[in-house]
Design a protein around this ligand. Sequence first.
Ligand SMILES: [Zn+2]
Length: 323
Amino acid sequence: MSEGAHTAEQVTLARLPSGVELTTTVHTYRGDESGPTLYVQAAQHGREINGTEVLRRFHDRLPLESLSGTVIAVPVANPLTFDRVSYTTPEQLDSINPNMNRIWPGDSDGSLHQRMAARLWEFVTAADALVDLHTGSPDMLPHVVYREDDERSRSLADAFGTDLLLSEQADEDAPDEWHHRGFAGKLRVAAAEKGIPSITPELAHNKQILEDVVDEGVDGLLDVCRYLGLLPGDVPDRDPIVARNHLGQVTADDSGLFRPAPSLEVGKSISEGTAIGTVYHPATYEPLHHARADRDGVLYALTREATVTAGDQLASVALVREE
Ligand SMILES: [Zn+2]
């Protein structure tokens, strides 16, 4: 009878200034039958811990005896930001590249984040598909991002199965903002560039373990395994809404307290001009900005943290491409 094998290996990602070695755990699940390799990681933005909980439950639910091929899973890709419950590292550790998800495939002679990424990249290049688990800001609809016109990544996104998929334009197709913000250095983009189908699930909010969303993430990973032939069984046919981009954001024109429009809910279709909420002066009560949607689309993120500074993101609206 086939059994499969699980190993957990401590891998050194980089050395800190003090000489302390920064390590993380890499889980490998190997089936007795041959098959493809899936690489999945969580928490390269350390406050985005729903992915870590997804991998813990995936560990319990993965039927090793039915596995054909290999799954490599890294639950804490970035221990530095994990411990800080942050998105980026402090300047003292990496003043050049504070955001780990802008520097893939990394550089073993580069800055701290570049070295960490380069070590993990060795596992990535052995993979036939990649899932990089993230969570967004409150309040966000779970969705999967993939590279526009990359059909293999699109199929992987379909298999993961969220109701909303977001396609992101890349390289020469992408708007200036994509380039300014260094999105070419995202793990998903770098892997897709290497020919590895890649997706980024954004599993709702950060900092909190959200039961429904974690369940959705585990089911999504198991369906990705079925889609790849790592596990037996079929992936259900789905009919997601496909919309475009990460960049359609409504931002605050002024600083103050933001009160979202009470009737708004993420996941709703809204039209251009829909009231998103009001930024007001907390002391004088003067309304400073009546924020409105700048386009028709799906409202997929809405800020619930009320204290905002001019320029902060208030809401994200994605342009629908297919329904
Ligand atoms: Zn993230």
